[in-house]
Design a protein around this ligand. Sequence first.
Ligand code: GDP
Ligand code: IMO
Ligand code: MG
Length: 427
Amino acid sequence: MPVVAILGAQWGDEGKGKVVDMLAQRVSMVVRFSGGDNAGHTVSNPAGEFKLHLVPSGIFAPEVTCIIGNGVVINPKVLIGEIDQLNQRGVDTSRLFISDRANLIMPYHLLLDGLEEEARGGKALGTTLKGVGPAFADKTARLGIRVGDLLDKEAFRERLGAVLDHKNVILTKVYGAKALSLDEVYSQYCQYGERLAPHIRETVIMLHEALDRGEMVLLEGAQGTLLDPDFGTYPYATSSSPLAGGACLGAGLGPNKIDRIFGVYKAYCTRVGGGPFPTELKDETGDLIRERAHEYGTTTGRPRRCGWFDAVAARFSSRVNGFTGAVVTRLDILDVLPALKVCVGYKLDGKNIDSFPASAVALARCRPVYEELPGWETPTTEIRRYDQLPLKARQYIARLEELIACPVSLVCVGPERAQAIEKTPIL
Ligand code: GDP
Ligand code: IMO
Ligand code: MG
């Protein structure tokens, strides 16, 4: 039975949460594998509208086991808040499990995210200020504290003491900030540990047992490929890999176990935070898309930068992930536009190129080469069958398929679970 990955193919916020919520009805496990509460996944279903940051979007499906994998960094305060809110709204979270190997976001990570951004001044990355970057840096520097550490209080105190000594030197001597108290952080995190203990598991075993039973598993991506620290617009990137390769590492799975890899694309592009964005529209069309689509960050509320579909970036994204299929969301947002542009190449320093440059400085100098397609100027939000979409909308999708070199399996025409059109069977 297949493992299916649902991954962000652009700069995040493509609608991964919506797609996972819809497909979770057909699987027995959903695993989040990367990022932290920098993610914001909006889900609209019969239970209401929810904004999830850490809890997998499969939590609304009654029989589904939801796992926050080892590749996620967890702010326990945020997770507990999210669990409480879900419970208050009648959503059962007893099937939520957290990897004992996942690293924790600690109070100094939050402080350092802010201080580092401030120090970057005009070159700030526009992070979500959730401490995610500093937590992943510590994981790699072997200074991390993991979820499982909370279960052995004595060992936790010793580990925290050693790490905090180091962090307090940086906070006070580099940034002139106040030192954190070991007693306060320790007692706060012990409380979080007690609260989360029933959810903490060796989740990699759970995942493989499910696979051995022949169950179907969804891997829920966070962020998007163009924010990947290797393949994204570095340094305007996040700190963990949103790619299919990242899914293997962050869930504890060999690449040969993933059967299908779906890239989720918006029918246009958005980006929140700093960094180059060749097709950005700083005009009334960009404003129209932002207002029609309410393109404001789920996590930070910041206005998202909007632009035309970038097929150069989209094809690159498909290649580095090995997408076997694509999902196009928010097609309905384009319903009112008389003409649509798609970027099919870049002009860089007078030369035409059709590849996505490694350098963010070079990408910032790229000017998009557009192809224009007619708009369909017809509402699509009520349509549920692919052949009932306006011809020009199908032609737009067909052109995207050609340019990305990947078949589109699912098209979304609204935020609700039901507002999706399966072009070809996705699971
Ligand atoms: P994620 O981070 O990839 O899960 O995406 P976000 O939740 O941050 O942003 C996607 C937004 O688009 C959410 O507000 C969704 O409810 C909404 N959405 C998803 N698919 C569609 C669609 O096909 N049409 C419209 N109008 N909204 C959609
Ligand atoms: P979802 O899962 C959109 C962006 C931030 C910033 C950069 C680095 O909802 O698609 P970070 O806090 O990760 O150090 O910030 O990455 N970013 C996202 N943008 N959607 C996300 O997640 C994002 N997660 C991080 O805006 O530009
Ligand atoms: Mg989001």
